[in-house]
Design a protein around this ligand. Structure first.
Ligand code: ADE
Ligand code: ZN
Length: 332
């Protein structure tokens, strides 16, 4: 159930959400039946009992395994619509969603099925859910660079309505520098650029993402706090950080939500936004993240309003859409 968002006058944009990570257990079973996929789980409880993670990799193993039920354009459209419905109920009016083509093509699902399904849902999101939306293609950084390069070629040739490129999956040992050429090509083709950095990886990966990939936002970025000069730079240049508090707890980046540095990050002047990352796996959607932060760290209404404003300003929505969402206040 969605949380009350009345305290926030500015609506929310969600900028860091992997659509495959919004695959709820019930939908996994429904799609398995639809596509005659045999699941290695006895029932929903058995599946849910596996949602205990020790680190990013332990989550990724289940995340990729459960994608086996996604096969057709209709599956991808249903998945995306279910996310839009839940996000809209929680106060989200603009969403930029990641998807991982390599995770599907590598198991024989044609790229066209993925793009058709996601594209249909995105095209209808304003009419169906009063929510503007865009797609960000996520490169799997633990797979070979030539594979990412080939995927980008196919994607650009498809004419799919993709607004940006991102970098995700297992971070440590897979630095942004590996993908400098792929990102240069994507940016030259007009895509926005973002990258996961500083989740489990070191602050230097954040610098690499900025300097070598030319990213406009950093996904997670929470480990910037270990490098004071880097924090100064992020504040000065107003680089948005798409922080995911419940994810950070479930993947043991922080011990408890009560220890989350979100308020310190805001106080330091970082352009922080709050996001759900993989809401079906981490215990909640963006409104759940905000509600739990209020209880765990005493997030105030004013801080919540700043987070909402930051999310709109950091989005890749048009200037007119940003102004509309900010209620007439100009975007910075
Ligand atoms: N893919 C899905 N969720 C992710 C996360 N939190 N970090 C890296 N890759 C991901
Ligand atoms: Zn993520």
């Amino acid at each position: 159930m969605a949380n009350d968002v009345a305290a926030t006058t500015t609506p929310l944009a969600e900028l860091h959400m992997h659509v495959e990570g919004s695959l709820e257990p019930e939908l996994i079973f429904e799609l398995a039946q639809r596509n005659r996929v045999t699941l290695p789980y006895r029932d929903l409880d058995d599946l849910r009992s596996r949602y205990e993670f020790t680190d990013l990799q332990s989550f990724l193993d289940l995340y990729f395994a459960n994608m086996s039920v996604l096969r057709t354009a209709a599956d991808f459209a249903d998945l995306t619509r279910a996310y839009f419905a839940r996000a809209a109920a929680g106060g989200v009016r603009h969403a930029e969603i990641f998807f991982n083509p390599q995770a599907h093509t590598a198991r024989g699902v044609p790229l066209g099925e993925v793009l058709d399904g996601l594209g249909d849902a995105v095209a209808a999101s304003e009419a169906e859910f009063s929510l503007s939306s865009g797609l960000i293609v996520g490169i799997l950084r633990d797979r070979p660079v030539p594979e990412a390069d080939a995927m980008l070629t196919d994607l650009l040739a498809s004419g799919a309505p993709v607004i940006g490129i991102g970098l995700d999956s297992a971070e440590v040992g897979n630095p942004p520098s590996l993908f400098a050429d792929v990102f240069a090509r994507a940016r030259a083709a007009g895509l926005h650029a973002v990258a996961h950095a500083g989740e489990e990886g070191p602050p230097d990966y954040i610098r690499q993402a900025l300097d070598l990939l030319g990213v406009e936002r950093i996904d997670h970025g929470i480990r910037c706090l270990e490098d004071e000069d880097l924090v100064d730079r992020l504040v000065r240049d107003r680089v948005p950080l798409t922080v995911c508090p419940l994810s950070n707890v479930r993947l043991r980046v922080v011990d408890r939500l009560a220890d989350h540095p979100i308020r310190a990050m805001l106080a330091r002047g970082l352009a922080v936004t709050v996001n759900s990352d993989d809401p079906a796996y981490f215990g909640g959607y963006v409104d759940d993240n905000l509600a739990q932060l209020r209880d765990a760290v005493g997030l105030t209404d004013a801080e919540r309003e700043t987070l909402a404003r930051n999310s709109i300003e950091a989005s890749f929505a048009s200037a007119a859409r940003k102004a509309e969402l900010l209620g007439g206040r100009p975007a910075r």
